[in-house]
Design a binder for this molecule. Structure first.
Ligand code: PRX
Length: 631
């Protein structure tokens, strides 16, 4: 990753200073003051945040650290949906809009807090009716519609652990996740609507269920006429399953450390990691960051453009903003449909005040030009955010000037599926530095260190580590605790995030990218090993190695080097066939953009493919130490 280390940028001290009104009016106030308050008494800091929420039983201790395991809010009891829904229904937000959904062709659906709660309770009762109990796993594979949000909250209501799988994953990837979680129920829809076309989700589920013995029922949201036929006993209609259920469903009493959800993320082996998040700490962490980083106020309309299938959607479409009592906007519309003005039109139409999106989207908009956003009135915006990959200075400048009109602060938020909540950003009102995400938020301690854990000098590259536990941290990896421990044992006494970073003289942190075999393509985590094993499962492929290549829009693109089996010849047809094979095994997000047929691959003596060498060669740079290279 050294190629992205831009010395000039690190040394250049360029800042943008936001209007002081932002700080004056913010929930947080002064960053340094809040940070010092946290350092003086971390427990008191987190306790103050947690006390803003409703608990069924209070905690005995704020945090109990038994390296590398943390328990937060020990012995406290709660239900996160009681905080995301009932708390507001019982106060002045009862009739406040919780969720606004926009679909294609002007379709719009609006849920007040009261209405959302009543849907969640009825669907929760339906899940109970078909035998779902506390601790059971439910897989949710749906498009971005309100029913997806309802399904997730209904699981949380009864203590079932949801495992949401992004609707862009193909059958084999879905099957792997269903099998690993041993899901009892799968909730899906007949179709997802994307750029005017219906994508047959249910057909993918059917294929994924061929070998999934734990699944007892499939609940299908039927959106299209004529209605899709369902199997008479195993498959149930999303709305019909609620027939005859009671309206009320009291929230299940959950221990703070009971699991809330599993979310699979790519790792550096072929098998995705089932990140486990728990109820109490996750609730406090997402509530705190939604309120104090995005500064959500009652009259804001908050739009996080992620899909609930990713952690960003879990934390900043659903749990965090709803815990705060926000009005959340969601849409199934893509940024380029019906035209490249689609999102700007939505901001104008809905008066969005806080926008949270990804650098890859920003770079795509830069490419099509500012004439598109300039057609619309974006004056409602007051804060704009970014997540998922480094927001490069050019993209920062464009976002700041063209979308934020030199007025809106940018919160470039660094975090991971594993961290559950954002951890590094530039808090509202602080000066912003293009290319740098910012500093640890109050409540969090981070550093940039060498492989022995020693802090590297300012302006030098090192590993990004988190030095103390935080409430929304992952508790384990599902059925793979040994792999969990590696996060804390790679460098002693701290959590190694797997990212390379630089800390400037001013303490601002620039994230450079992954230090391991994960490629971030358009903000999505893709393991090289996953793509390689998909390629090798094709009959013509003997061996494959996959690397990420810098891409001006997607951040990285995937290039595959493939050795063919004897009897197979390189051809364009075969290349297309391999692309198709990866698409149907893993899904469109993991498709290689380039495939090169080769006779051999650089390997270490122990046979490990040296992707670093392939990458260096591809980019015409020095591969560094290649003494272990054999071939
Ligand atoms: O490399 C970092 C990058 O995304 C990784 C985490 O990916 P995932 O678990 O899919 O979660 C993405 C959404 C939270 C990190 O290890 N990343 C995330 N945010 C940023 C980032 N890189 C630079 N700047 C960011 N703001």
């Amino acid at each position: 990753m050294t190629e992205s280390f831009n010395v000039k940028l690190v040394e250049e001290m360029k800042y943008y200073t936001p209007d002081p009104e932002y700080k004056r009016n913010s929930w947080l106030g002064d960053y340094q003051k809040a940070y010092d308050e946290f350092l003086t008494d971390p427990d008191a800091f987190w306790s103050k945040m947690a006390q803003q929420l409703d608990w069924i039983r209070p905690w005995d201790a704020v945090m109990d650290w038994n390296y590398p395991y943390a328990r937060w809010f020990t012995n406290a009891k709660l239900n996160i949906t009681a905080n995301c829904l009932d708390r507001h229904v019982n106060n002045h937000r009862r009739n406040k809009v919780a969720l606004i959904w926009r679909g294609e062709g002007g379709a719009e659906r609006i849920y007040t807090y009261q209405k959302l709660l009543s849907h969640v309770m009825r669907f929760a009762n339906a899940l109970k009716k078909i035998g779902v109990k506390k601790g059971d796993r439910v897989c949710i594979y749906m498009p971005l519609v309100p029913e997806q949000v309802i399904a997730m909250l209904a699981c949380a209501r009864i203590g079932a652990t949801h495992s949401v799988v992004f609707g862009g994953f193909a059958a084999a990837a879905l099957n792997l996740r269903i099998q690993d979680a041993e899901a009892k129920v799968v909730i899906t829809a007949d179709v997802a609507v994307r750029r005017g076309k219906a994508i047959q989700l249910k057909a993918i589920v059917d294929e994924a269920l061929i070998n999934a013995p734990t699944v007892e029922h499939v609940i299908v949201l039927r959106r299209k006429e004529p209605c899709l036929d369902l199997h008479p006993t195993r498959e149930l209609d999303f709305y019909a399953v609620m027939d005859g259920v009671p309206d009320e469903c009291p929230p299940e009493v959950m221990d703070a450390e009971d699991p809330l959800f599993i979310l699979y993320t790519s790792g550096s082996t072929g098998k995705p990691k089932g990140v486990v998040h728990t109820c109490g700490g996750y609730m406090v962490g997402t509530y705190y960051t939604s309120k104090y980083v995005f500064d959500i106020k009652d009259n804001d309309i908050f739009w996080c453009t992620a899909d609930p299938g990713w952690v960003t959607g879990h934390s900043y479409i659903i749990y965090g903003p709803l815990a705060v009592g926000a009005t959340v906007f969601i849409t199934e519309l893509t940024p380029d449909y019906p035209d490249a003005g689609s999102w700007w039109h939505l901001i104008q139409e809905q008066n969005i005040t806080i926008l949270y999106t990804a650098p890859t989207a920003i770079r795509t908009f830069m490419k099509v030009g500012e004439s598109w956003p300039n057609k619309y009135n974006l004056n409602s915006l007051r804060i704009i955010g970014s997540v998922g990959e480094p927001l490069n200075p050019e993209a920062f400048e464009w976002y700041y000037h063209v979308i934020g009109k030199d007025r809106c602060p940018i919160v470039d938020t660094w975090w991971q599926t594993e961290t559950g909540m954002l951890l590094i950003t530039t808090m509202l009102g602080e000066k912003m530095r293009p290319g740098f995400a910012g500093k640890p938020i109050p409540g969090v301690t981070v550093d940039v260190v060498d492989k022995n854990g020693k802090p590297v000098p300012a302006n030098s590259m090192g590993f990004l580590v988190i030095k103390s536990p935080w409430p929304a941290m992952l508790r384990t990896l599902y059925k793979d605790d040994e792999r969990y421990r590696k996060y804390w044992y790679t460098i002693d006494n701290c959590y190694t995030a797997g990212d390379l970073a630089v800390k400037g003289k001013d303490g601002y942190i620039m994230i450079l990218g992954r230090a391991d075999d994960i490629i971030i393509v358009a903000g999505h985590n893709i393991g090289t090993a996953e793509v390689e094993s998909a390629l090798v499962s094709h009959k013509a492929v003997a061996e494959a190695a996959v690397i990420g290549k810098p891409d001006p829009v997607k951040g990285n693109s995937i290039k595959a080097f493939v050795i063919l089996r004897v009897g197979h010849q390189p051809s364009d047809n075969l290349r297309q066939d391999l692309v198709h094979h990866v698409r149907t095994t893993l899904g469109p997000i993991a498709v290689p953009h380039e495939i090169e047929f080769v006779d051999k691959l650089p390997k270490t003596r122990s046979g490990k493919i040296m992707r670093r060498v392939l990458k260096a060669k591809e980019m015409g740079i020095d591969p560094g130490d290649i003494s272990t290279l054999e071939e």
